[in-house]
Design a protein around this ligand. Structure first.
Ligand code: ATP
Ligand code: MG
Length: 480
């Protein structure tokens, strides 16, 4: 029996199920079909394995859970629900091994808990095709990384000999072994989890994944986009939320990263699923508003207003330990030339950048001006006003949609927004009153703040402060 043909994942898990990436990871609320999709993904990849000499598509998969108890209580029963013992294959309880069989496919699935060093050693000596990490936030980074070296070792080239049509690999060796019918590598590792905590290895990997890793975030269980509710008891999430702390709800229902003990995010209104676009933002014809923070870690955030007044954050770049001139010539100008064409542009910079350094006649603003940019000082550099300008965009909506949208490629800025730009908590548990100055997070946030101050033209923090900086008299005929 092939359950794969009967299984229809919700759209929010379909990309994960069919991802061909070497690593694919899905994060979602409780009950969002993650484990079921992870189980079906075994059959999906197993069915793609090239036939061994005997005509069977053979593969071997290890299913990893942090404890044996968890394996027995949840992972194995979940698995057997989709692949019942005796129907879709056979389960050997003592060895915790399932031989999945359908049509010409045979996949050996080994269930392994990680209780002690022996378990880890045995796990890391396996010859396997695939590995699955269930609730991967509980699994150690070293195990995740070492396990990757065990993949693609089964079937080997003696079982699936190289074929002339597959050619040679990058090392000039004939392709065979753990490959699909067209000779593409068929080694994979995937994982499912509830959101990990902020400031962990997993948070960084999920936010800024390497090229060979696909990441899928499912929406909040309480949102309109939750597309798996039909599989759960009615009013599942509203009932689950009763009596729980907001912190718990945010992780297990809203699918947000768990709190960090190191501090409190400055932009607590920032929500990944609301403020980060699902696909790259489309460039508009309007002026590029480039917020620049020109300290030791020069940073620029490139934004545009769309016709509805929504602020689109396209790019955010940061140069470590390079002067403003090098940053401008080697990072900012090449990016503007390659991606933004001839759109008008304006740089908004910290007012302090207009002050001359004692050692140099030129100001930082002069450096950008000499490179051909129009440069304006931000309306203010008081931190409250700057934060309020960003918060204003985060909390306002335009036609029911957020008034600021981040391109998914702004990974570092998104990390800053989510948590890394923070009020630090000291050892006594007290929170600082001004944001922490850790690079590059504070620089990224600062550059966005300057862009927001310009884009909303002082609307958020009021005209009073503006008028103290420069005199603005109402002019009746200004727009006539
Ligand atoms: N495509 C589907 N068709 C029918 N039922 C499904 C489907 N996907 C999942 N389910 C059912 O929905 C429920 C939740 O699925 P699952 O256990 O996979 O979610 P989960 O995200 O792993 O949950 P948890 O966070 O609790 O581990 C289960 O009862 C499962 O059998
Ligand atoms: Mg699960």
């Amino acid at each position: 029996m092939n359950n794969l043909t009967k299984f229809e994942p919700p759209l929010s898990a379909a990309g994960f199920l069919a991802s061909e990436a070497f690593i694919s990871l899905i994060v979602g609320p409780v009950g969002s079909t993650k484990t079921s999709a992870g189980i079906m993904k075994i059959a999906y990849h197993a069915a793609q394995m090239a036939k061994s000499r005997d005509g069977i598509r053979r593969s071997r998969c290890v299913w990893v859970r942090n404890t044996n108890q968890m394996l027995e209580d949840t992972s194995i029963p979940d698995f057997l629900k989709w692949f019942p013992d005796g129907q879709a294959g056979n389960f050997a309880k003592v060895q915790k091994r399932f031989i999945m069989r359908f049509s010409d496919v045979e996949c050996e699935v080994l269930f392994r808990g990680l209780e002690d060093q022996n378990d880890v050693r045995r796990l890391l000596s396996l010859q396997i095709s695939f590995a699955v990490l269930d609730e991967f936030r509980e699994i150690n980074q070293q195990i995740f990384e070492a396990l990757q070296g065990r993949l693609g070792r089964y079937p080997d080239k003696s079982l699936v000999p190289p074929r002339p049509e597959w050619g040679n690999d990058a090392d000039g060796l004939p392709i065979g072994g753990c490959v699909t019918d067209d000779g593409t590598s068929n080694r994979h590792i995937w994982g499912m989890t509830n959101p990990p905590d902020l400031d962990t290895f997993w948070e960084t990997l999920l936010t800024d994944p390497p090229k060979n890793c696909d990441v899928f975030f499912q929406p909040s269980g309480l949102s309109q986009e939750a597309d798996w509710l039909q599989y759960l008891p009615s009013e599942y999430y509203s009932n689950l939320a009763e009596g729980k702390s907001q912190e718990w709800i945010d992780v297990y229902i809203n699918a947000q990263f768990g709190k960090s003990l190191a501090g409190k995010p400055v932009f607590s209104s920032f929500k990944q699923d609301i403020h980060v676009a699902k696909s790259p933002l489309i460039l508009q014809a309007s002026t590029l508003i480039i917020g620049v923070d020109a300290g030791l870690t020069p940073t620029a955030t490139i934004c545009q207003l769309d016709y509805q007044g929504r602020l689109l954050v396209h790019d955010s770049i940061t140069g470590e330990s390079m002067g403003a001139l090098r940053f401008c010539r080697e990072m900012l100008k090449p990016l503007l030339a390659s991606k933004y064409g001839s759109r008008p542009q304006i740089i908004i910079i910290d007012p302090a950048a207009f002050q001359r350094a004692q050692t140099d006649e030129r100001t930082v603003a002069d450096i950008f001006k000499n490179e051909g940019f129009v440069v304006k000082p931000a309306l203010t550099n008081t931190i409250t006003a700057r934060i309020a300008a960003v918060d204003g965009y985060l909390t306002r909506t335009v036609d029911g949609k957020p008034s600021i949208l981040f391109d998914p490629g702004c990974t570092k800025l998104i990390m800053a927004m989510r948590s890394k730009y923070r009020y630090k908590t000291n050892t006594k548990g007290e929170t600082d009153e001004t944001p922490d100055k850790t690079h590059p997070w504070s620089d990224l946030a600062d550059s966005l703040q300057y862009a927001c101050l310009h884009a909303d033209n002082g609307a958020t923090f009021g005209a009073k402060r503006m008028s103290s900086r420069r005199e603005i008299k109402p002019v009746q005929y200004a727009y006539v």
